[in-house]
Design a protein around this ligand. Structure first.
Ligand SMILES: C[S@@+](CC[C@H](N)C(=O)[O-])C[C@H]1O[C@@H](n2cnc3c(N)ncnc32)[C@H](O)[C@@H]1O
Length: 291
């Protein structure tokens, strides 16, 4: 359990994940009935990006300048409308956390974004296994109406908290990919989650560090005979580039209606805005087609 999201907060992968997360939440909110937002690997809820550069035990090159840093100065008119809402939320978090400089410093995590967008009838279950991260999350969002913070294993939470009484749910599975068998653990959680609640929207973030591993994961997902499933992917460099993680994806089971059409231009915009080497793209593909 060495992973600390601090070092990655606000990087290109966070931007992609959080832009799409906001769109998923907005899509679920097209219906009046409230839903459960289950964040299985919630993190601490918000990050001081200066800590990434000057952390107590590590000094690293921060990743946010090539992520949120690239979008920070963009005017709302210069970005696609759905991205403008995400950017406004990030700026609000940064300002409210006390940043008075022109550069971004504080970056929100998925729980904060979800809480900020939640309506009265929407409920948040935020699970984090790391005690210190969970304590920080409790400090950030604990005790708020409709929010439950739990120090627990996120995969156990999928089994324990589904089906939700609301009969509507968005489940974000965003693990650190430290474990060799992370994809297998995700597939197991999806199997159990779909058995308990086949109509839930499940969104799984994954790194693009090797196509073969991702394709193997997709095969495991297809073997579950899931409902329609979409893969949204962003690469910020081509295959020939040296960097280890050239992109990332969000697998969405039961995507809201027309989510594919909304995600495609957003990913294309991000591929251009966040490119680190030639050859990056945004793409949206059905892993299991709508019938
Ligand atoms: C990628 S970070 C989450 C970031 C967060 N979802 C966001 O977007 O702001 C992954 C988190 O999962 C936590 N974690 C690792 N293994 C876990 C497990 N089995 N169950 C729950 N949380 C876990 C880590 O401590 C880390 O905070």
């Amino acid at each position: 359990m060495n992973y600390r999201h601090h070092f990655h907060a606000g990087n290109f992968a966070d931007v992609m994940k959080h832009v799409l997360l906001c769109r998923l939440i907005r899509a679920l909110q097209k219906k009046e009935k409230g839903f459960l937002y289950l964040d299985t690997h919630a993190g601490r809820g918000g990050y001081d990006m200066e800590v990434a550069a000057t952390g107590d035990t590590h000094t690293r090159r921060p990743e946010w300048p090539e992520g949120i840093g690239r979008l920070w100065a963009q005017s709302p008119e210069a970005v696609p409308a759905p991205l403008a809402e995400y950017l406004a939320l990030v700026r609000e978090f940064d300002r409210d956390a006390g940043n008075i400089t022109a550069a971004p410093r504080f970056y929100p995590g998925s729980p904060w974004l979800a809480r900020r967008l939640a309506r009265l009838g929407d409920r948040l279950a935020l699970c984090e296994r790391h005690p210190a991260e969970c304590a920080a999350l409790e400090g950030e969002l604990g005790g708020r109406a409709g929010v439950a913070v739990q120090e627990m294993d996120g995969y156990t939470a999928v089994r324990a908290l589904l089906p939700p009484p609301e009969r509507r749910a968005l489940v974000l599975i965003d693990p650190p990919f430290e474990a060799q068998d992370e994809f297998a653990q995700i597939a197991g959680a999806l199997r159990d989650g779909l058995q308990r609640f086949a109509s839930g929207v499940f969104a799984v973030w994954y790194p693009l560090t090797g196509r073969a591993r991702v394709d193997e994961f997709f095969a495991a997902v297809r073997a579950l005979r899931p409902p329609p499933t979409l893969a949204c992917e962003l690469t910020i460099a081509g295959e020939q580039a040296e960097m280890k993680m050239k992109g990332c994806g969000l697998l969405v089971i039961n995507p809201p209606w027309q989510f594919d059409a909304e995600a495609a231009p957003l990913l294309a915009f991000l591929a251009e805005a966040l490119a680190q080497a030639p050859g990056g793209t945004g793409r949206v593909d059905w892993v299991v087609r709508e019938t």
